[in-house]
Write a protein that binds this ligand. Structure first.
Ligand SMILES: *Cc1c(COP(=O)(O)O)cnc(C)c1O
Length: 480
């Protein structure tokens, strides 16, 4: 069994084993014609159930064959140009190389004595990101597992900075289309059930700053504490960007922590063309970025950045065995002092290799391409009488709804759209997402693949219309 331990003696076994796996995946990627096979849960689960984990196969090739059957064949492939659903990007090759290196070396970024250079690489990428944001000389941050964790940590810092001994009085303001991790975080942080005040959005799904001003004043008048405003730079549903400069003004005036959730919009930090769309982000106290959304990085790769490094102390605890106080005096850089996690992956390496191979402009250009594609898609939808489209894109999201001329019952139109999404998924021809707007069911494209073309979009719109028409036809038959 020792032959399976990765070390100097098994280096050749490692090379062969990993190469075999890489070759399978490469062949798979070259051959996938659709983003999904359309497999149903009931079809796949017996195959997984049938495997006896207490009877290993021993042989790598046999295990990879089995993996083909339970996973690779039916996985949802984000690299396919007709995967248009959620905020998942195709990944860039230097980052995948980074993934292979970081798991083989297996550094843990909690302490210097478990990572050495890894710590310095992570710190340099944090500095690079804070400089791109413009957070100033005292800025700092840390890599996290994802935007949800970044938002949680940001709100932890904001809670501590609010210095209130009555958690029930703390209020967080976020738009009605802000991310649900804000609500989850409030709960985890022990705030009351009314802690998150949702602020209405305008036609373009951006936070209404007049309404925010009103809510902040009301908060004060009621003797409550405005702990934080979460501005979203790229909402999950619409890609809309809240008016950051106006929100920064209001945060200043009311002494509220300004957190910018740029989990999605962070790709603009690398864009020369559209960077201005997130102007005002430099005024934040903290920022969430998900490199695994708009920097084309594999899951996970995310960070929390803060204007004032000192605020990260709210996540610091010293353990004698790991990061004793004396390490701080000895200037040993232990990243665990800044993190909610202890053992932590060296995810930063993926971004490092990406920047060293492609450069930031390379990433920014890919993101620009999908933003431009969204505009083309918007024109297609706006000109298509079969569809109603909401919100001109600020990033790369399109939200729309199939609206047949002959049907007036909105509930029936809802059902047709829901059916179309499901039928499309079951066909595997394309994958799209859905959401609700004004209580009605809509469909959603999140465009993150520069390989997707306007004709892919047009083709998928035809497929959706086909499924919806078929549903409505059958529903007429049922009624008569
Ligand atoms: C995706 C997303 C998150 C959560 O990020 P995860 O990496 O999925 O945890 C938070 N905020 C916004 C706006 C998002 O789009």
């Amino acid at each position: 069994m020792r032959s399976h331990l990765l070390n100097g003696l098994t280096a050749e076994h490692y090379r062969r084993s990993v190469t075999e796996g890489v070759e399978r995946v490469a062949a798979k990627l070259a051959a996938t014609e659709r983003p999904f096979t359309g497999v149903a849960v009931d079809e796949l689960s017996p195959r997984v159930d049938a495997i006896d984990l207490d009877r290993p196969l021993g042989d790598t090739a046999a295990v990879l064959d089995e993996l083909e059957d339970v996973y690779l064949r039916d996985a949802v492939y984000f690299h396919h140009p007709r995967y248009l659903a959620h905020l998942n990007c195709p990944v860039v090759i230097p980052a995948v190389l980074g993934e292979a290196v970081l798991s083989a070396v297996n550094s843990s970024l909690d302490t210097w004595d478990q990572s050495a250079g890894g710590t310095l690489i992570e710190r340099k990428l944090i500095d690079w990101t804070t400089a791109r944001i413009g957070l100033g000389p005292a800025a700092d941050g840390v890599f996290t597992s994802g935007g949800s964790q970044s938002n949680l940590q940001a709100l932890l810092l904001a809670r501590e900075e609010a210095k209130s001994d009555d958690l029930g009085k703390l209020r967080i303001f976020a738009s009605e289309v802000g991310h649900f991790s804000v609500q989850k975080s409030a709960k985890l942080l022990g705030l009351g059930p009314d802690a998150v005040v949702t602020v209405p959005v305008d036609r373009d799904k951006r936070m209404q700053t007049l309404a925010l001003a009103h809510e902040l004043e009301r908060c004060r008048a009621e003797g409550l504490v405005p702990m934080a405003v979460v501005a979203t730079a790229g909402t999950t549903d619409f890609g809309s960007i809240d008016p950051l400069p106006e929100i920064a003004e209001l945060c200043d005036r009311h002494g509220a922590w300004m957190h910018v959730d740029a989990a999605y919009g962070c790709g603009l930090l690398a864009s020369r063309k559209y960077r201005h769309r997130i102007d005002g982000i430099e005024r934040a106290d903290s920022v969430t970025v998900d490199y695994h959304k708009s920097f084309f990085q594999p899951v996970s790769s995310s960070a929390l950045l803060v204007r004032d490094a000192a605020t990260l102390r709210h996540a610091t605890y010293h353990a004698e065995y790991l990061n004793p106080r004396r390490a701080v005096r000895e200037r040993i850089p232990n990243q665990v002092d800044k993190s909610l996690q202890t053992t932590r992956r060296f995810d930063a390496l993926k971004l490092w290799l990406t920047l060293r191979v492609m450069g930031a402009d390379g990433i920014g250009e890919l993101f620009d391409e999908v933003c431009d594609l969204a505009v083309q898609g918007w024109h297609l939808l706006a000109a298509d009488p079969r569809y109603d489209v909401v919100v001109e894109p600020s990033l790369s999201t399109l939200v729309f709804r199939y609206i047949p001329a002959a049907v007036t019952d909105p509930a029936e139109i809802d059902r047709a759209n829901l059916h179309a999404r499901k039928a499309l998924f079951a066909s595997g021809d394309a994958v799209v997402a859905g959401t609700k707007v004004g209580g009605r069911h809509y469909l959603k494209f999140t465009l993150l693949n520069p390989e997707t073309t306007p004709s892919d979009i047009a083709a998928v719109l035809d497929l959706i219309a086909g499924h919806a028409e078929q549903y409505l036809g059958e529903s007429l038959d049922r009624a008569s």
